[in-house]
Write a protein that binds this ligand. Sequence first.
Ligand code: NAP
Length: 286
Amino acid sequence: MRLALGTAQFGLTYGLTNHGQVPFSMVKSILNTASSNDINTLDTAIDYGDCEARLGKMDTSNFKLVTKLPKFPDGCDITSWITSQVNDSFLRLGINNIYGLLLHKPEQLLGSDGPKIYRSLELLKEKGLVKKIGISIYSPKELDVLIPNFHFDLVQAPLNLIDNRLINTGWMRRLKDAGIEIHTRSTFLQGLLLLKQENIPSKFLQWNNVWNQWHQWLSDSSVSALQASLSFPLSFPEIDQVIVGVFSNDHLLDIISTSKDTLKTALPNLASEDENLINPSNWAKL
Ligand SMILES: NC(=O)c1ccc[n+]([C@@H]2O[C@H](COP(=O)([O-])OP(=O)(O)OC[C@H]3O[C@@H](n4cnc5c(N)ncnc54)[C@H](OP(=O)(O)O)[C@@H]3O)[C@@H](O)[C@H]2O)c1
């Protein structure tokens, strides 16, 4: 199964709609559903509130865990800071080694501490504490400057029907050719792609041309927004894991069953390069 489960929603009030944090009992059923449907990867981060601690209270032995190191504080001793962050993360998660460790703010590799940060990650790998080291990016432009200077085993990047940059820049192919595992997120653009047109928040109406095209296509082709959005990243065999975020077990069940359907219609071209639309970290200032 190439679907992976994102867990930001488990530890934070996260996303476009204000659902609040997913209740603990719901997290348990979501994980049970994931595990019994061959979803084998969980994406988490030290910065996701109490998410790691919540996951640590559950049996995650069926999953490959991927966590992320937060921004390095200025002036810290890099090696000891990383060691203590990783130790604490392992304690919270109840594990003694992890599949993936990513940098949440990989641009810090470009500063004067970059080589030291990278060496510390390599050491964790050499000690067998981490299987794959990598980065989580917001834009493929970050790859232009990082990939020539560092070797990563895993890259997580946004990709969806509107944000096609990973493909259009040629980076998806290049990462694959370099043997780098690729995880994509933002499959539903935080749920924006799944909203009925009348429910799209007014701050997004400046992209009405995109929504008109998208909703016209959905109605003309009688395909659900969920199926079209999921089919897009899943149609690229280069992508190893397509991360999805859910607030309920029903959402996950819906995603799992929809991912098994084959789409017979060509998808619309909704690609936009407008960072205010495709990068959710810009939405607060819209
Ligand atoms: N820098 C990073 O590393 C980074 C950044 C962001 C996210 N992530 C990871 O990516 C994961 C996913 O986050 P994302 O932003 O990429 O979210 P996403 O998967 O694009 O969208 C998730 C949203 O889609 C909606 N949804 C999902 N299934 C649905 C269904 N069956 N029916 C109707 N609506 C459905 C829900 O929105 P509603 O609740 O509004 O219905 C849900 O909150 C996070 O948990 C995190 O692990 C990583």
